[in-house]
Design a protein around this ligand. Structure first.
Ligand code: CA
Ligand code: CA
Ligand code: CA
Ligand code: CA
Length: 155
């Protein structure tokens, strides 16, 4: 048994333990882990949520809180355009303007963003099948390297 083959179980063990050590991800890289992020898919380091509905302003253009981002919300945004209305100030720069309109537009006719449902946190923990595939990949890499090493050198 080559040294490399003997290392495989150790590598698999390391892979498995490291995967379990990081069960929570920060998908949008804003420094707030997805499981407590009030906009799990949008970077919002300040977690600002002026209407207190649990969805951060950066992903909450649903101004009337009916679960949809549509013309009603657009109408509300329009009515406070160029003011400092906190709820309609989606990016938190102190003004309701075209930047906020752009954020609303990007989520128009969809559901507002918000905290992760918990499903994505579960999905972020590698499944046994993923680990098995990763292990298989490592074994194949090791075998390929051995074959490469066994070929006559052209020097
Ligand atoms: Ca976020
Ligand atoms: Ca909100
Ligand atoms: Ca709405
Ligand atoms: Ca703004």
């Amino acid at each position: 048994m080559s040294t490399k083959l003997r290392l495989i179980p150790l590598m698999l063990l390391l892979l498995a333990s490291s995967a379990h050590a990081v069960p929570v991800l920060d998908g949008d890289l804003d420094g707030t882990p997805d499981n407590i992020d009030n906009c799990a898919g949008v970077a919002n380091a300040d977690q600002r949520d002026t209407d207190g509905d649990g969805s951060g302003n950066m992903c909450d253009p649903d101004l009337n809180n009916d679960g949809f981002v549509n013309f009603i919300d657009l109408g509300q945004l329009k009515s406070v355009f160029f003011t400092d209305n906190a709820n309609a100030d989606l990016n938190g720069d102190g003004f309701v303007n075209f930047v906020d309109l752009g954020i609303m537009k990007s989520m128009f006719f969809g559901a507002p963003g918000g905290p992760s449902t918990g499903q994505s946190v579960v999905a972020s923990v590698p499944e046994p099948r993923t680990l098995a595939l990763a292990g298989l990949g490592l074994i194949m890499m090791s075998v390929l390297r051995r074959r490469k090493g066994a070929l006559p050198q052209r020097q």
